[in-house]
Design a protein around this ligand. Sequence first.
Ligand code: ADP
Length: 353
Amino acid sequence: MAKLELHHVEKQYDAKTIPVKDISIDVEDGEFLSLLGPSGCGKSTLLRLIAGLEQPTKGKVLIGNQNMNGVAPGERNIAMVFQSYALYPHMTVAENIGTALKLRKTPTEEIKGRVQEIANQLELTHLLQRKPGQLSGGQRQRVALGRALVRNPEVFLLDEPLSNLDALLREQVRAQLKQLFKLQQKPVVYVTHDQTEAMTLSSKVAVLYDGFVQQLDPPSRIYSHPANQFVASFVGSPQMNLLTLDLEGQDAILGHYKLPLPSLSNLPPKIVLGIRPEDIHLAHDQVAQTIEGQVYLVEELGKDNLISVRIDGSQITLRALLPSDHNWEGDRVSLTLMRSKMHWFDPDTGSRL
Ligand code: ADP
């Protein structure tokens, strides 16, 4: 058992730079946690705190119930994989993978066996005698993973390991990663700014912004129930529509239309409506509430088109995903907003209402 725990961790570099402010997260054996957020939100700093490459200003990091504050990185039994691979160029693939075991004075035959086993898992067997310079980017990243796996650490830490790969390869290696870490049954912490990676790989995602965890939940929950406006806008592509609307009694006003609100206590003077483009459909009858408007921009995405519509009686634009088998350019459209997929936020605090 090697549960990883962060207890009220803070990291302050100077009076103005506090990239990590009071973060508490637990990661159990077999859990895959992604730290997701825009560049500069403190993801790498948090990972470095877990690795012991930085010391927290406040709070503590525990691995397997042991307080790691003051414990050197080499003593923590963690393995890190970086974006840059960090392989030794003069060593073969086999030597690169086995090097940590050699440093631990593991018997040569045992190293050989273990390297073979890992190379099998990562489909590197035929490349064991090559040097890193003779490998593709994807192969190098698999060697870097092999180096982490061979040590059988208590915790895996990965810092944007796929960002140097091209899109197609990234998708392939992503699937391999998921399979590989499923077998490990260890806590995995994975830093990324790529929401697709976070959503596809993780058992839970921590969305970070401004030094705080904005939401910590399984990917499906993050998508279906964003805790605040930041998470709503950061997760999902194409981005969620977020419209600041006036209120009249229990209705939000959208151009000529009134949208009934769910029963909420303490309504603010204005409200933010969030709705994803895929949750807006063409209205097929006049029974459901429809919103009409003029299409002024069409972006082709393949299966669907992303349509920007100016809502009648307003300057408000809604973006909807509609089928690509019709030319929407210049059309007038009647749209239905799926009520169950509407999200309401307080414009002052950004919190979900
Ligand atoms: P992310 O990984 O989310 O892009 P980082 O954790 O790398 O973000 O950085 C968060 C903030 O902390 C940035 O503003 C960065 O400039 C600052 N920072 C990171 N490392 C140091 C350091 N060693 N000294 C001072 N500031 C730092």
